[in-house]
Design a protein around this ligand. Structure first.
Ligand code: UT7
Length: 329
């Protein structure tokens, strides 16, 4: 049997309407536009407003857009994977809510949690399901309502993140396009460098956990910055070397958008010019699982058949990795 490959045939995004600018943040915490833009590259981010709206609201809209882009009906979908750290509920999985909201009646659905590397890990999971021959069409969604776990009185974290959802449809093909190779890593020793202390089974919600603000994201910014800069640059170079890709062979770097300085360092290490790097952090901030598919959606019209893409991310866990993907919609 010839090998089966998993290619992206549709991309879609959902961005909430509300724009939280650096100027507005200046009225909320002791910060300023100059500090935020020069240290992170972020000018504004989107916030999902409206009672009863969670991550599935954004994920299902992004999924519908990806299906439209691919011209595929929801009832053709075999499986749905939602990468998120801000699920609507701890259970059922947000992917189950998406399955209902988009009417993908025949799909089985589950969530995957790997923080900012979530979309990468979900994409290779969906890809492997297709390569095995068990599934033909898999929706892979990255969506996070980061505003639901941020402390808007903590200037070191609240300025960094935004809300969004973005999705891709993976389909089986016998051409050698789509996911060609990947490298993923985890370092569980550093579980406290970036995490949400309470709300899980170790520390269920109590009056005290709420009072002590333990349900908000905590990050050792400088340590994560150092690890992320090394990790993303190293793994991006590693996937290039493993696949004999010279800088000229790489059409696009699709990096996780956590900090412009981390993206620049990764591109430099890979020997890539800035024009080959997808950067939209200025408009959306760090949307965790959504950053990479959001880039693919924003650059959808500029991508050409045969383009070599390197997708790279680093996040809590710690988790990080790269995917070498040949565009072939
Ligand atoms: O996506 C998951 C992975 N996450 C990341 O990759 C994030 C990695 N970390 C970072 O991007 C950066 O570490 C931050 C953007 C979070 C912080 O930038 P930094 O250049 O590492 O700043 P710092 O933490 O070293 O702080 C420098 C100064 C401190 O003041 P002092 O101690 O020098 O007086 C901070 O208190 O900047 C201060 N500061 C701020 N000032 C104005 C921290 N946050 C702010 C703020 N506005 N929002």
């Amino acid at each position: 049997m010839p090998p089966i490959y998993a290619k992206i045939t549709g991309v879609g995004k959902y961005l909430p309407d509300y724009i939280l600018t650096n100027k507005e943040l200046e009225t909320m915490v002791d910060t300023n536009d100059e500090w935020i833009t020069s240290r992170t590259g972020i000018s504004e981010r989107r916030i999902l407003k409206g009672e009863g709206r969670g991550t599935s609201y954004m994920a299902s809209r992004a999924a519908k857009a990806a299906l439209e882009d691919a011209d595929v009906d929801p009832d053709e979908i075999d499986a749905i994977i939602v990468a998120t750290v801000t699920p609507d509920y701890l259970f059922p999985a947000t992917a189950c809510l998406v399955q209902k909201q988009i009417g993908a009646d025949k799909a089985y659905a589950f969530d995957l949690s790997a923080a900012c590397s979530g979309f990468l890990f979900a994409l290779t999971t969906g890809g492997t399901m297709i390569e095995s021959g068990r599934a033909k069409k898999v929706l892979v969604i990255g969506a996070d309502k980061m505003s639901s776990i941020l402390d808007y009185s903590d200037r070191t974290t609240c300025i960094l993140f935004g809300d969004a959802g973005a999705a891709v449809l993976l389909e089986a093909t016998d051409e050698k396009v789509g996911i060609i190779d990947y490298i993923h890593y985890t370092d569980g020793d550093e579980d406290r460098m970036l995490y949400q202390p309470a709300g899980g089974s170790v520390m269920p919600a109590t009056e005290q956990t709420v009072e002590q603000k333990l349900h908000f994201l905590r990050q050792e910014g400088r340590s994560v910055f150092k690890r992320a800069t090394e990790g993303m640059a190293d793994v991006s170079l590693e996937i290039m070397e493993k696949n004999n890709l010279a800088p000229d062979d790489v059409s696009w770097l699709v990096p996780h958008q956590a900090n412009l300085r981390i993206i620049d360092a990764t591109a430099r290490r890979m020997g890539l010019d800035k024009e080959k790097v997808m950067i939209n952090i200025s408009k959306y901030g760090n949307t965790t699982s959504a950053t990479i598919p959001l880039c693919l959606a924003d650059w959808n019209d500029e991508l050409s058949e045969g383009d070599n893409l390197v997708l790279s991310a680093f996040g809590g866990g710690l988790t990080w990795g790269s995917i070498f993907l040949k565009w072939g919609k």
